[in-house]
Design a protein around this ligand. Sequence first.
Ligand SMILES: C[S@@+](CC[C@H](N)C(=O)[O-])C[C@H]1O[C@@H](n2cnc3c(N)ncnc32)[C@H](O)[C@@H]1O
Length: 254
Amino acid sequence: VHRDTTVGEFTTQAESFNASAGANDARILDAIVSLCAPGVDEHWLEAACGPGVIARRLAPGVATVTGRDLTPAMVELAQREAAAAGLDNVSFEVGDATCLGAAEGEFDGAVTRFSLHHVPLPVRLVRELARVVKPGGPIVLVDHLADADPEAAAWAQEIERLRDPSHWASPTLARAHRLLEQSGLVLDYERFLPLELDFEDWLERGSGGAVARDVIEQALELHPRGVTCFDVSERDGRRILRLRVWLARVVRPA
Ligand SMILES: C[S@@+](CC[C@H](N)C(=O)[O-])C[C@H]1O[C@@H](n2cnc3c(N)ncnc32)[C@H](O)[C@@H]1O
């Protein structure tokens, strides 16, 4: 059921996500490329690649990038965008990132962004990346976090789910670390960056945004104390949503 919800949501959101400020935030994309630090002869995987924004960034510096995503509309868009950019070393296929069907150790490195929070039992995704990357190879994981405080986290997750029913659960930092342990991966380096989005744009991109607007506004008024990972504030007459993004380079031990 959640798979259908996800495919439905990202069929609707394919074009708007690809064009969004959040997907194209230069600071985050630059940080991802420097965490990947790929070699020119390497074969990389972008799991849950969506429209292939990261694949397009990595492509000029690697041998190949393979993108996999559950949503056919995203894969078709990724193919069109890569062709329009004249990239001939990237390929995209429909596929479930928790069950890639790739050989063990097939890739030199893997990256996935904004995907953990869409996947029920996300350890399945992390373990699958650990399996398909060669021993000693890097995996770059990027997602927005939930607060450690349970009330703050529950509040933000309700808003997220109202706006996008394919949102399952953002990890807390402790949970993200546990996912690594449970997957036999070692944290090499991590950093945190804010992601600032226009709240209205973010709300309207989600399929629930328009219908659940009133409930979301009510929720915003009930803002609990201690929220640090999902902040909505006014600036120059606009509402800005500020998320906290975790970027980690982890390694499959050799
Ligand atoms: C918010 S978009 C992020 C796209 C891309 N990772 C990026 O950051 O530019 C989330 C994507 O995850 C995909 N997705 C969700 N669950 C998936 C799964 N189990 N396997 C593959 N893709 C999945 C969705 O189809 C969607 O394209």
